[in-house]
Design a protein around this ligand. Structure first.
Ligand SMILES: [Mg+2]
Ligand SMILES: [Zn+2]
Length: 176
């Protein structure tokens, strides 16, 4: 009798999802990061992303940008910040597969995508055939942890602006 083979599993990708502010880049917490010149990588991020990429992980950014809904900055500002981030990463040989952001804020209008909703992670899982069991989410907020758990990927919570190297080590010591 033929075994029904789960052929789709063969093409699944593993991924690491990153929160942005406070995780990838410095976030002092008292103002929004929407100017490219205010975007500063946290220690260990670029090297850590390189190591993950070398180990075969796709890299994603999952970020709440509620300042758009509040009228503090625009989608264009966000695009400029992301262009700067990606330019610096590309120069180091790191490529982010896709950045997802929620432009909404519950103080203006509720939405389906804002973390802790797993919506944005689920979109990536669908679009890029991600193997949830072998994927991770690194973030500095309880919202990131809840989002990861709801999406079925493994959360790692770091302290805001912490050197991310220990989190990367934790992922890479798991042989998957
Ligand atoms: Mg954060
Ligand atoms: Zn949203």
């Amino acid at each position: 009798m033929k075994k029904s083979n789960t052929i789709s599993n063969l093409s699944l990708n593993k991924a690491v999802f990153f929160d942005r502010d406070g995780t990838i880049n410095s976030d002092e917490g008292h103002y929004y990061i929407y100017k490219p010149e205010d975007f500063v990588f946290n220690p260990g991020v670029i090297e850590g992303m390189k190591r993950l990429q070398t180990a075969g992980y796709l890299l994603f950014v999952i970020t709440n940008q509620g300042g758009i809904a509040k009228g503090i900055y625009t989608r264009e500002d966000v695009a400029k910040v992301h262009a700067r981030m990606c330019k610096e990463l590309t120069a180091e040989g790191v490529s982010i597969t896709k950045i997802y952001y929620c432009p909404h804020h519950e103080s203006i209008k509720t939405c389906v995508c804002r973390k802790p909703s797993p919506y944005m992670v689920n979109l990536a899982i669908e679009e890029f055939h991600i193997d949830k069991k072998h994927s991770w989410f690194i973030g500095d907020s309880s919202k990131d942890v809840k989002c990861a758990e709801a999406a079925g990927v493994k959360p790692i919570r770091i302290h805001k602006n912490q050197d991310i190297t220990a989190a990367i080590d934790q992922i890479l010591k798991n042989k998957n």
